[in-house]
Design a protein around this ligand. Sequence first.
Ligand SMILES: [Zn+2]
Ligand SMILES: [Zn+2]
Length: 257
Amino acid sequence: MARGDPLHKSAGIIGMAVGAVKFYIHPKLTVSRAAPAACGLCGARLHDAADLCPGCELDLPRIENACARCAIPLPVAAESCARCTRRAPAFDRCRVPYLYRFPVDAMIRRYKFHQALELGGVLGGRLAAFLIREPEARPRRIDALVPVPLHVTRLRERGYNQAAELAGMVSARLGTPVRHDLCARTRPTESQARLPAAARAKNMRGAFTASPAAAGLRLAIVDDVVTSGETVNSLAKALRRAGADYLEVWALARAGL
Ligand SMILES: [Zn+2]
Ligand SMILES: [Zn+2]
């Protein structure tokens, strides 16, 4: 990204604004819930327990109508898009509140790559609220949440798994447990974002293994961003092979359009 482009500048603004706001207590941080808080995006003073001001809240790029199967935005909501009809994914439903566009993309990148852990609270809260509020998105019975695991070497580099953090926050709101024992990333993979579309499925093949303990369970796979869908699809295939009964994917944002 070129210095001085709007996204670069805005990401900096987000960082500054969020630096002043401490509303989510990450286990690694000792922060206080000091009030009054500021909007996590524009820095405006807030007078209630919200983490974004009403204007910024309205500006978030919501997905209005989507394919119920893969969450790709469509002019009219549908049970299955043309792509899913041709080749159905290994999961049954995908629920995603936002497009991977500004400012959600910048928030996720800061959260993921720049240790802006406070943003996790804003993002996790939005995902949980979407799942609870939107009638279309309300989960049917789900036994457990399964965060997309990072390979152990990537986990060591980054120090935390953003998908696991998100799953923890959603779990706290919905009361559905998180299961870390149901799958593992068995080999490191190239970052999907750097690969052309055709190489993504191949890159993810056999990347995950699932435990027989998944048998008969209704699970929601949790990730931050769904891009081509190959990562969550690869994990869904492994869980399906282990006998999972029903699989949803819950993510914050949908990219790769
Ligand atoms: Zn704001
Ligand atoms: Zn679809």
